[in-house]
Structure formats: C-alpha cells, structure tokens
Design a protein around this ligand. Structure first.
Ligand code: ADP
Length: 629
C-alpha cells in the first residue's frame, strides 16, 4: 500500500463545487489565501491538541508557524504549515470528498443562477477547493505527525486527482498553487502581504514570509534571507476589545464559522468569578444550509487557555441556539476534557447558562436598537428560537419577548407580545390568536370575523412549531393566550350587554334547528350550536377549549404521528340567510344542507374532507336546483 501512483475521481459533489466556485467566486478570488491559511492554522491547532496526550508527536519542535512564499519564475504560491499533516488515506478522503451532512441536499438546491449560487456556495464553505479559482494545478505534499512517509496529492481540478509517495523532511503540509495564466499580479510580496493583513491577521499562529526591502543601491526590492511575521499572531478573542476593529471581528467570524458572509452581530466578554472564561459569540447573517438537519454539527469552538480543544462543542450552547458560532476559551477546564466530560460537567453547565444569557442579551439589544437587523435575524432563525420556549423554561419569559409574528394588523412577522399588549382594547383581557397552515389561510379564516368587526387584533401563528410552542406558553404578562378557534367564544367585556342578550335570545330561537342539524350530522360532530362570532360566513368549526385544535391534529397526522380524533363542534351563524332558510327545510333536505355547511366549514379552516366526492355531488345538486328555479 502506498508505494504506487493512483489516479482517483472526485466525489460528484466536489466536481460540481469546483465548477461552480471557479465561475461564481472569481470576483472574490483572493479568498483562496484566507481559506488555505485557515486550514493551516486548524492543522496546527489539531496537533497542539493531540500532543497533549501524545507529546512525542511534537518531535521536531513545538514552534508552530505557517509560511507563505512565492516563486516568480515557476509562477507558484506555496502555503506551508508544520501542523498535523495528512496520511495518504486522509489526503484521499479530505481532498477528494466533502464530509458534511446534507451535502447532497445542498447541491440539489442550487439553481444554476450564478449570483444566487455564489451566495449559497459561500454559505456552504469553500475551503481548500477555492485554490482552483486562481490555480490550474494544485500540488499538496503532506506528512502526518508521527509518521515518516509523505504523500503527494495533485490535481488540475477537472475531475480527477493523483496520489503517490513523496518526501518531506518534517511533519506538516505544503499546498503549492500553479497559477493560471493572467494571475501573475499575485506573485508579489506586497500583494500577498496585503491579502494576509486583510483576511488573516486574526490567525493565532504566526504567518511568516521572507522579508523584502527596498535596496537603494540596486534601485529595486530585494529578498532578504530573514523572515518576518506578518500577522499579530495571538488569539483575537484574548485581545482587549478596544484593540480589535470591526473588520477583524468579521474576518475572525469567517474563520470560525466557515461562512462567507458577514455576521449580523457579536458579543465579546471576559467572564470572571467562579468560572473564568472568554466568550466571543456571533449571530450569523444567514442560516447555514443544514440548520434543520438533525445530524448537523453545531456549537462553538472550545479552547482551554488558548489551546484548541474541539470544534462544535454542542454542550456549550442549547440546541435552540445552534446557529450561534464563535469561541469559548475556559481558564478552568482540564486540557484533556472530552465530549463525555463536557456532558456531565457542572462547570460546563455554568458556562452554557452564562453564554445563553449573553446571546439572549445580544438579541434583546438588536431587537431594541437595530430593528432592521433584528427582522433579518428573525427571518433566518426565528423558528429555532421558538424551540427555546419549550426547551428553556428558565428563560421562557425573555424568549417570549423576543418572538415576532404576523397579526390581523400586520402581514409581516414584526409584532411582539409587548406591541400587541400595548394595543389591546380597553376591556380586552386576553391575547387572541389563530393557528393555521399559512398566512393566507389564517387571514381568510371565518373565526376572525367578529374580531375584525370589533377591531380586536389577533395574532396569526403559521409556523409548524407554533402549536407545540403554545403548549408551553399559556400567558404573557399575566394575560392568557386564547385561541379564537377553540371553545365557546367568550369575548368577556368586549361584548356589550345587548349582544349578550341577543345571543341568549337567538340560542333559544334556534334550539329546534340546532337539535335537528345535530341529529342529521350524527357521528360527524361533537356538538352543534349557534354563534355570534361570524358575520359573513354561514358556519365554522371549532375545537373544545382543552382539546387539541383541528390544525394541530392535521400537523401531527401529516408528520406520521398519532393524534386523537376529536370531532369538531359546528357553529352556525343565525344571521346568515342560508342558516335562516334551514328552518323551513324538510328533514331530507336539511341533512344535505347540514353536511354541506360542515364540509365548507372544514375547508375554510384548511382541513380536508373525508368524502370530497360526496361534497362535490351535493354542490352540483344544489346548483342544478338553483338553475331550475
Ligand atoms: P474544511 O476546512 O471546511 O473542513 P476543506 O475543504 O478546506 O474543508 O478541507 C478539507 C479537510 O482537509 C480539512 O477538514 C482537513 O482535514 C484537511 N486539510 C486541509 N488542509 C490541511 C492542512 N494544511 N493540513 C492538514 N489537513 C488539512
């Protein structure tokens, strides 16, 4: 094994990524250097970590550095590191495939529209493959720490790569870019140095270059034999806030998150007290493509006293904040901390609680002071945050204040509970809401008629998680949350005495009819009654106050889960001519009419019919009747 030269094909997705990237990211071509430096620095971090348990891996020195060099004659740029390196097998796997969950789904989403795809590719993370934006051939020579054999990986980025044995004096990796025609401007000390300063200053590992200086006698720049460090080479998060520019924060974000775009906001703190740690936490500008993938890696990077310990330390963030990226650097955790220890540790729980509060504080600040940005946040991550209502009882009240929704007064999800409560009518005691499959379905629901008439705002919940969330959220600010599609509508003091009297009178007047309709519908309904909640529609269906709503039953069934089959209550609008006419129909006809009213009430609610053909037949019969008259 390993003694021969092999030619292998890239995974299909890599081919697609390479093709797209080269075309769509060309206007950002200098990012290739940031990506290679990022990988080199990760490789140093990984070795530093492995060496805690296996110090012999550091044979050859613990002075970590990344070197960037160029060769004008050969037209190459080389990025070298003395990090962990790769074995032959690792080179094949890491540089020939994409090991991310959801990769296939991600590629299925690409549209072919270059601009849109460039955005998506950026979100996906381009990494090593971005070399091919500027290079038509890339050679990687790598030797894994602790081994003596090196591997040479090479590809022109068109579909295949080769691996063969190679020589390398020490551990680490060289990535050699053979530049494309026309990229010669990159072959300059100053050009490379300025790209490094712009994108990679925050990298904690030293980045070294050969010195170049102006020589007066020769009247030219000359390359010196010494090296210089071109970045600050200390952990950005450990610097004082005042010494970090927004640009540096943003570049650091790109490094930790593998995101292409800017973060929306960040919070950077040194926490002192029982637990000492530094947190630098970011809210991304856009949701990663795998936000809803159960296997997605999430969490923040864990460092212990500046030593990188692990990526995606999910114990440091609750699942509903899985979109947060960044670094937590603990002063107290042991260096040999494992995922298992993280799960049990009380110190870790304290860090998680502290960090959760920080993120919520950051979001509150956004909501208060940067409303446009908060709207962006909400559009990307609002659904995640809603999970917190159920999952994080301790912060429920704070999270509830961060929620935003559409209402009968706003088509966009921009209303908070506080806004709603501030606009409540004088005599209004409860917060009214309606849950439906979509905004359009909610807006046209007959349940809203009486509220429109009275000018009472109703919150419209249309996300899948909403009904689940509502089982944990019964009130806000002492005001009960009441579904307008459940129970006997009690408008409380919103209804005036006259209306209450009318309701009683009507109930009496329609007693017989209600009994006949109930008889006719039999098993299909739980009850029938008259209502004053409707103004335009003849009928609607409601659920018992404590029963699961029809909407939630549908959601559960659609998700393949069990849901109790509670029957709806049919409410009739006594002011509607169709209902008034019912009184004078024979039992036969009444049965048909009642079935029709029930079916349309179910449809109006967004439900589906058990017997759609029967419904169509009834409608047609009536149309014929009407035509004959
Ligand atoms: P990512 O960095 O997002 O994982 P890349 O495509 O940039 O994706 O790199 C793929 C993998 O190749 C890395 O995760 C790492 O395992 C390996 N790799 C890349 N560059 C180096 C390097 N300089 N030293 C060691 N391993 C590397």
């Amino acid at each position: 094994m390993g003694a021969i030269k092999e030619t292998l094909g890239f995974q299909a997705e890599v081919k697609q990524l390479l093709h797209l990237m080269v075309h769509s990211l060309y206007s950002n071509k200098e990012i290739f250097l940031r990506e290679l430096i990022s990988n080199a620095s990760d490789a140093c971090d990984k070795l530093r970590f492995e060496a805690i348990a296996h110090p012999e891996l550091l044979e050859g020195g613990a002075d970590f550095a990344i070197r960037v060099a160029y060769d004008k004659a050969a037209r190459t740029i080389t990025v070298s590191d003395n990090g962990i390196g790769m074995s032959r097998q690792e080179a094949i796997e890491h540089l020939g495939t994409i090991a991310k969950s959801g990769t296939r789904e991600f590629f299925a989403r690409l549209t072919g529209d270059q601009q849109k795809d460039a955005q998506l590719i950026g979100q996906f993370g381009v990494g090593f493959y971005s070399s091919f934006i500027v290079a038509d051939r890339v050679t990687v020579i790598s030797r894994r720490a602790g081994t003596s054999e090196a591997v040479k990986w090479e590809s022109d980025g068109s579909g295949e790569f080769t691996v063969e044995p190679a020589e390398r004096a020490t551990r680490g990796t060289d990535v050699i870019l053979h530049l494309k025609e026309g990229e010669d401007e990159l072959l300059s000390h100053w050009q490379l140095k300025s790209i490094l300063t712009k994108y990679s200053d925050h990298i904690a590992t030293k980045i070294r270059m050969r010195k170049e200086e102006w020589d007066k006698d020769k009247n030219a720049y000359v390359v010196r034999d010494e090296e210089e460090t071109v970045n600050q080479a200390n952990a950005l998060w450990a610097r004082a806030k005042a010494d970090i520019t927004d640009e540096q924060y943003k570049e650091f974000y790109k490094h930790v998150s593998h995101d292409f775009g800017d973060p929306l906001a960040w919070t950077h703190n040194r926490v002192e007290g029982k637990q000492e740690y530094i947190q630098l936490l970011y809210i991304p500008g856009r949701a990663p493509f795998d936000l809803w993938d159960r296997n997605n890696r999430h969490g923040v990077k864990l460092y212990v006293r500046r030593v990188f310990i692990m990526d995606d330390a999910e114990q440091l963030m609750p699942p509903y904040l899985r979109f947060v990226r960044g670094v937590i650097d603990s002063n107290d955790l042991p260096l040999n901390v494992s995922r298992e220890i993280l799960q049990e540790s009380r110190d870790v729980r304290a860090i998680r609680e502290g960090s959760t509060k920080r993120v919520l504080g950051l979001l509150e600040d956004l909501a208060e002071n940067r409303k446009d940005d908060y709207a962006k946040f909400w559009a990307e991550f609002g659904q995640c945050l809603k999970e917190g209502i159920g999952d994080d009882a301790a912060n429920r009240e704070r999270i509830a204040r961060l929620l935003r929704f559409a209402t009968t007064a706003s088509d966009t999800p921009s209303v908070s509970f506080a806004d709603y409560v501030g606009r409540m009518k004088d005599k209004q005691k409860a917060i009214y809401y309606l849950a439906a499959d979509s905004l359009a379905a909610a807006q046209s629901s007959p349940h809203l008629e009486i509220f429109r008439k009275k000018g009472v705002e109703v919150i419209l919940f249309t996300d899948r998680v909403d009904e689940w969330m509502l089982t944990f959220l019964r009130e806000f600010d002492g005001k009960e949350l009441v579904s307008v599609a459940k129970g006997d509508l009690d408008l409380g003091e919103l209804a005036d005495a006259q209306e209450k009297e009318a309701q009683a009178k009507v109930a009496d007047e329609y007693k017989d009819l209600v009994a006949r309709v109930k008889q006719a519908l039999g098993e299909r309904v739980q009850d029938v009654r008259v209502t004053l909640r409707l103004t335009d529609s003849p009928a609607c269906v409601v659920a018992d106050r404590d029963a699961m709503s029809q909407h939630l039953q549908r959601l559960l069934k659609a998700a393949g889960q069990k849901a109790p089959d509670t029957k709806p209550i049919l409410e009739l609008n006594p002011n509607h001519p169709l209902v008034q006419r019912l009184k004078y129909e024979s039992d036969d006809k009444l049965g048909e009419w009642a079935a029709l009213l029930l079916d349309q009430a179910v449809l109006a609610e967004g439900g589906s019919l058990d017997d759609p053909a029967g419904f169509v037949k009834r409608v047609n019969t009536m149309l014929l009747d009407a035509a004959a008259k």
